[in-house]
Design a binder for this molecule. Structure first.
Ligand code: ARG
Length: 472
């Protein structure tokens, strides 16, 4: 039996039923659906629309459904159109006539808008927590590696020496911004659409402030047409999740490069690598590659929902049902990727010696050699030219700037003295860079202190609904 069967004289075509139905995927938010219904019913009683007994029966019925679904005692089959219809039909089956009053003053349009928002809100909190775990791991590694030297790159060409702590610190900043975006989105979406009805509110004296408060919203939404047709928060979340994936993907790309035979900067743990069916020697970074690969899938979700929404007139249109599968898939994908990435990172071995040796060759100290001349009164542009010539000589002689004899230096520019070698040693190159945000050990320590404080503090999402989400 359809919820809306009254004005129809024929059964729905079977293909139409399947095409139209969303129950195969919207069952994912049955908890949110029931929670929303309970809040609605409490409000209906408070407003005198339901009696105390009716409220009690309905809430008990809904609690029973929730318990049975959680315990797998109640199976969701495909006969109902969506989870809203399923819960209502089951309630009526359990408690009889009173169950038919559940949907008073409500439409599936504001109901689904609420369920999706509650779901997305809960998941935003969970993603925030996963990112915090990743940041904690990064922070531990940064603290360990403030004097692990490695080459910094531009154009994937060795540029200047940095430390591993500094390189990892770049990702710390990215994931920190990602968490900030989640908090912003949460705060912006935190108004309750329940009570908007189909599109134009209802004639019942609903107390929307009350339902909003029961469901931990900051308040009710202000326009009923917008309430049932707003999917901005999904677009914002998918955009933020795409950015998380972009960050993970860049990190994975670096790990894949670092893990090659040519680099050997890192070695992935056996538990996070896979072998080849034909080449016995292989140990492949499949996890990093898969995370990089899944990035496309999350971007796809964002583009898909943007496209779905672009031509929709106000207010609700069935097109909006298409928001679900892709959002669920993107959220699950991102959660899985962050967790896997954190495990891969925490078990990975960093090869300090190889990194340091690599930083030492490739003329990563050329800028510092030019700065030496500047400190001795040579104009930077001239100094740049002098060091360029010296690099050419080194390439010819197949040696580093550190190994080039002083007389070769002096031949090109008499300003050089024996202290040039100290000035361009890798330790000096890094340690001299002590402005805030630079890799110098002192500068890095100040940043690490701030990172530690950041992790010790709670953000908006650490503080909210932690318990609710844990239950899942
Ligand atoms: N399954 C629908 C969706 O996800 C629920 C809302 C149905 N509303 C309607 N007017 N048909 O959007």
């Amino acid at each position: 039996m359809k919820l809306w069967g009254g004005r129809f004289t024929k059964e729905t075509d079977a293909l139409v039923h399947n095409f139209n139905a969303s129950i195969s995927y919207d069952q994912k938010f049955y908890r949110q659906d029931i929670k929303g219904s309970i809040a609605h019913v409490l409000m209906l009683e408070k407003q005198g629309i339901l009696t105390e007994k009716e409220r009690e029966d309905i809430v008990n019925g809904l609690d029973g459904i929730l318990g049975d679904l959680d315990a797998n005692l109640l199976l969701i089959d495909g006969s109902q159109e969506d989870i809203h219809s399923f819960v209502e039909a089951n309630l009526i089956e359990r408690i009889g006539e009173t169950g038919k009053k559940l949907h008073t003053g409500r439409s599936r349009n504001d109901q689904v808008a609420l369920d999706m928002k509650l779901y997305v809100r809960d998941e935003t909190v969970l993603v925030n927590q996963l990112l915090k775990t990743l940041l904690n791991e990064l922070y531990q590694l940064m603290c360990k590696h403030t004097d692990t030297f490695m080459p910094g790159f531009t154009h994937l060409q060795k540029a200047q020496p940095v430390t591993l702590a500094h390189h990892l610190g770049a990702y710390f900043e990215m994931f920190k911004r990602d968490r900030g975006r989640l908090c912003d989105i949460y705060a912006r979406m935190n108004q309750c659409p329940l009570g908007a009805g189909a599109l134009a509110g209802t004639t019942y004296p609903l107390d929307r402030d009350y339902t909003a408060a029961l469901l931990d919203f900051d308040g009710p939404t202000f326009n009923s047409m917008d309430s049932v047709s707003d999917r901005d928060y999904i677009i914002e979340l998918l955009s933020a999740l795409s950015t998380v994936m972009m960050h993970l993907s860049r990190f994975c790309e670096e790990i894949i490069i670092w893990n090659t035979n040519e680099y050997r900067f890192v070695e992935l743990d056996d538990a996070y690598s896979t072998g080849s069916s034909i080449m016995p020697q292989k140990k492949n970074p499949d996890i990093a590659e898969l995370i990089r690969g899944k990035t496309g899938r999350v971007y796809g979700a964002l583009i898909s929902i943007l496209t779905t929404m672009k031509g929709l007139p106000l207010a609700y249109n069935k097109d909006m049902q298409e928001d679900k599968e892709l959002t669920f898939d993107a959220i699950d994908t991102v959660k899985g990727c962050i967790a896997l990435f954190t495990g891969m990172l925490s078990t990975m071995r960093f090869c300090r010696d190889t990194m340091e040796a690599s930083a030492k060759n490739g003329f990563t100290n050329a800028t510092d050699a030019a700065d030496y001349l500047v400190n001795h009164g040579v104009a930077f542009r001239d100094a740049h030219g002098v060091i360029g010539q010296l690099v050419l000589i080194c390439i010819e002689k197949n040696c580093s700037l550190d190994a080039l004899p002083l007389d070769e230096y002096k031949k090109i520019c008499p300003v050089f003295e024996a202290d040039i070698y100290d000035a361009i040693s890798m330790r000096t190159c890094v340690e001299k860079r002590n402005t805030i945000g630079a890799p110098g050990i002192q500068a890095m320590e100040a940043v690490l202190k701030a990172c530690g404080e950041y992790l010790g503090a709670q953000n908006l999402l650490d503080a909210i609904h932690k318990e609710d989400c844990r239950k899942k």
